[in-house]
Design a protein around this ligand. Structure first.
Ligand code: TUI
Length: 314
């Protein structure tokens, strides 16, 4: 039995969370993850509340298990998304791309579990002091908007610095990564890329296939100069972006190039001039499976990994 504090905190069978990826983590995907024993998380990204409300209704109609909503703090619609959380009685909230301190007290008063995503020890400590229930520690291996430190280096440092449970994210997609995260002191994992390549994920097939085709060096980071570094699969848009960054075009011009580009890849399937956010672990994702097969496979592999390590350690 693989049970941790995260299972009792969130009332889930396995300490496995699915990242709340913008345009990708819809009600369908999140419901499949929650039904398979993990925690499904709807990604609100830059979408207004009326759009996200539909995703919440979808998940409520497809599962009676706990689910969460990710609030992307760079969104212009953050305040209306927070209101929607109260209105729809969303039980668990994760935050990304910023510091959610000012929202935590009221969420806690309303019995909502709060799990911020942090890229540093300093922010993890601040979240603990603000009343967060747990933190998701995301390494630079992750897809999308990222920090600088690797999962391997950051997780144990945060584990030593806070008392609340830590969930590891970035570079995890199988039983080996899952058990490694537990060995670093994490109480659970969050995974994104592997769930993009699930049957239930509604993203365009071209997006899934771009990940399946990817190898260990297929992703890189754009936006280092704009203050919003984003890991994505290297394509035509990435090369154009990097070229413009190098010659130092104004940030507004770079932002214009990126505008609507995630939707273009996710919805229209344009994986050449759209943004294909994916993690460094893309290279081990080789096929499209059901969410249940992904989660059951990771748990099954975990027992084998532990046996292997036991043989070594004796
Ligand atoms: O949020 C993510 N990943 C994302 S958000 C996103 S949408 C987007 N698109 C274009 C540009 C920017 C965003 C795509 N992927 N992961 C969680 C995460 N949070 N990673 C890093 C952070 C983070 C960074 C800085 C969290 C807090 C933070 O604090 C800054 C502060 O104010 O202290």
């Amino acid at each position: 039995m693989i049970k941790t504090e995260i299972c009792s905190l969130l009332n889930i069978k396995y300490p496995i969370l699915q990242g709340g990826m913008a345009w990708i983590a819809t009600g369908e995907l999140a419901a499949a993850v929650s039904n398979a024993g993990g925690l499904g998380i709807i990604g609100s990204g830059n979408a207004p509340a009326e759009i996200i409300k539909k995703e919440i209704l979808k998940i409520k109609n497809s599962t009676d298990k706990p689910f969460a909503l990710n609030v992307m703090l760079l969104s212009p619609f953050v305040d209306e998304i927070i209101e929607l959380i109260y209105e729809e009685k969303v039980p668990i909230v994760s935050f990304g791309a910023g510091n959610p301190s000012k929202y935590i007290k009221k969420l806690k008063k309303n019995n909502i579990k709060v799990i911020p995503i942090v890229p540093s020890v300093a922010l993890a400590k601040r979240m603990e002091n603000s009343g967060a229930d747990a933190v998701i520690v995301e390494g630079t291996e992750a897809g999308g908007h990222i920090g600088e430190t690797t999962t391997m280096a950051l997780v144990p440092q945060v584990v030593d610095a806070v008392k609340i449970p830590v969930i590891a994210a970035g570079g995890i997609a199988d039983g080996r990564g899952f058990i490694s995260a537990l060995a670093l002191g994490a109480q659970g994992v969050q995974m994104g890329t592997i769930f993009v390549c699930s049957k239930e994920c509604t993203v365009h097939n071209n997006y899934k296939n771009a990940i399946i085709k990817a190898g260990d060096r297929s992703t890189s980071i754009s936006g280092k100069t704009t203050g919003h570094p984003v890991r994505m699969i290297k394509n035509k848009l990435y090369r154009e972006f990097i070229k413009l960054e190098r010659v130092g075009v104004p940030i507004e011009e770079l932002e214009k190039l990126g505008e609507g580009s995630l939707r273009k890849a996710c919805v229209e399937g344009d994986v050449d001039t759209g943004t294909v956010m994916a993690g460094q672990i893309s290279g081990i994702v080789k096929e499209i499976k059901t969410v249940k097969d992904i989660i059951d496979g990771i748990i099954e592999e975990s027992y084998k990994v532990i046996k292997k390590v036991n043989k070594i350690v004796g």
